[in-house]
Design a binder for this molecule. Structure first.
Ligand SMILES: Cc1cc2nc3c(=O)[nH]c(=O)nc-3n(C[C@H](O)[C@H](O)[C@H](O)COP(=O)(O)OP(=O)(O)OC[C@H]3O[C@@H](n4cnc5c(N)ncnc54)[C@H](O)[C@@H]3O)c2cc1C
Length: 479
């Protein structure tokens, strides 16, 4: 069987890889040279912010050429490595990004990392403007003792594991225990809970990596506790994600009735989205009371409100019981322990400083900026001419793709306005990026990876089987 898979892969590899790398880069250069573009803009990061900004700039500035520099050999950022595999409709934005990438005035340089392969100064010397959109790839910590143990992992790493981010295949989360406690109640927390509780047969039809499917097949997890510091009215998950949980076959959602004391009385004061979410929680709670006495149907999803993480013990986690004061959670002396064979920390992402020349706020984990213009220093509020930031790197890790799109369009418009106002020089000739001694994946290289993944996935009834190592990506891309 192994030999069969290997020879099949080899066959597909031969089909999709041929000697292209340098010639493809040359073709891209020639393409741009013939488009008459005089303004060169570099975007760092090929996630939604990068692609939406590129789309806007190419449309509004007919004399601009855009290069996207991306750390990984493959594009799309969290759309590929974050969005849950059972949300294929969300990934349709890839079609829009692909159209943008096919514009002859855009070049893609995959496998190039800002801060390692190229410095910010080099990019600034080679482009009229640089837009940073390299996202948020670190996680916030609980700041508790014993946090660095294998059974405590970040939701970010767990998500990366089932989504095939290179390097994440080593994670091997321990799914041999009955209880998983997820700390946090945002949509990412609900995503990981759903992945742990979903029937395997439905996940097999998604692009969940094969190694994750194998691990989930032997998972002993039966109960997922989803713990938040505040109450139901402050829950950070949205109605779509809750509906999906409530519809999961063979999973009981079990609310704690005491968490909902007085909540129904406040419905009329709530804004519409919050009201609908709260009504759904109350409806589900009502259905739970009607089921009382009937045995559980299988696995359990257990939202727990008003609990703040306090300590990590052997196979359990201790929480302080909190009270709400002016919408903030205040810990009381009382505590509760929850069983936790595995703990998933899902309390947010943060960005890192990719290059020492970036004015980066390490405390907040984002690039210091004023409406997308990167600040020289925070005290004077003066900006770096021609340097911009968009997406999660500029705003912090909040919002969905739509929010990121609106923000990226706004920053791209600012760039256009600044060019029109001659806020920075666009007359000097700029050469753009020329990769030296580096395996660069162009858009044609990505197309080869894409076709290969789809072909391997199709044979298994999946939309794609992701390649999970950089080395293999480069091989398939023909670099
Ligand atoms: C787990 C998870 C699930 C989500 N699910 C949904 C969903 O279902 N629906 C929805 O609408 N939104 C969802 N979101 C939100 C959505 O993913 C974000 O709004 C969006 O991806 C932010 O875009 P971005 O371009 O700022 O960052 P990213 O998507 O992170 O893109 C940043 C890019 O920069 C690259 N990069 C990083 N460092 C460097 C470097 N030094 N040099 C060059 N390139 C670099 C990265 O590889 C990446 O490709 C989800 C987010 C997460 C975390």
């Amino acid at each position: 069987m192994r030999n069969f898979i290997y020879s099949r892969r080899k066959l597909l590899l031969n089909l999709y890889s041929n000697n292209f790398s340098t010639s493809a880069i040359k073709t891209q250069n020639v393409q741009q040279a013939t488009t008459g573009a005089t303004k060169r803009i570099c975007i760092v990061g090929a996630g939604p912010a990068g692609f939406y900004a590129a789309q806007y700039l190419l449309k509004q500035l007919s004399d601009c050429a855009v290069d996207i520099v991306e750390k990984l050999p493959v594009p799309f950022g969290l759309v590929r490595f974050g969005v849950a595999p059972d949300h294929p409709e969300v990934k349709n934005v890839i079609n829009t990004f692909t159209k943008t990438a096919e514009n002859p005035r855009l070049r893609f340089f995959g496998n190039v990392t800002l801060g390692t392969d190229v410095t910010l100064q080099e990019l600034r010397d080679r482009y009229h403007a640089v837009l940073l959109t390299y996202g948020a790839d670190q996680d916030r910590e609980l700041q508790l003792a014993n946090e660095e143990q294998p059974r405590i992992i970040s939701a970010r790493k767990f998500v990366a594991w089932y989504n095939g981010l290179p390097g994440a295949e080593q994670l091997q989360p321990d799914l041999s225990g009955r209880d998983v406690t997820v700390v946090g109640q945002g949509n990412v927390a609900v995503d990981v809970a759903r992945m742990l509780l979903s029937p395997l047969d439905s996940l097999k039809l998604t692009d969940t990596t094969d190694y994750a499917l194998e691990a989930l097949a032997s998972s002993k997890v039966e109960r997922v506790h989803l713990v938040g510091r505040r109450g139901p009215l402050q829950a950070a998950f949205t109605i779509k994600e809750l509906r999906e949980m409530l519809k999961l076959p063979n999973v009981d959602t079990c609310w704690r009735p005491e968490d909902f004391t007085g909540i129904a009385d406040q419905l009329d004061k709530l804004q519409r989205p919050r009201k609908r979410l709260t009504e759904l929680m109350l409806k589900s709670l009502g259905e739970q009371s009607n089921r009382k006495g009937t045995p559980s149907i299988g696995k359990q999803f257990l939202p727990v409100f008003l609990r703040a993480p306090k300590a990590i013990n052997q196979n359990e986690m201790e929480f302080a019981i909190t009270e709400l004061k002016n919408n903030a959670a205040v810990a009381t002396e009382a505590t509760e322990r929850l069983p936790a064979n595995l703990i998933l920390r899902s309390i947010g992402y943060k960005s890192s400083c990719a290059d020492a020349a970036i004015n980066f706020d390490a405390q907040r984990g984002h690039v210091c900026n004023l409406q997308g213009r990167v600040l020289k220093d925070n005290s004077s509020k003066s900006v770096e001419p021609g340097l911009y930031v968009a997406g999660w790197l500029g705003t912090g890790p909040t919002g969905v793709i739509l929010t990121t799109m609106n923000g990226a369009f706004a920053v791209a418009k600012t760039i256009c306005d600044d060019i029109a106002a001659k806020s920075f020089d666009t007359d000097a000739l700029k050469p753009g990026f020329e990769p030296a001694n580096k395996s660069v994946v162009t858009w044609s290289g990505w197309n080869r990876i894409d076709q290969y993944e789809r072909a391997v996935g199709k044979a298994k009834g999946k939309p794609r089987e992701k390649i999970v190592t950089i080395q293999e990506m480069l091989r398939i891309a023909g670099v």
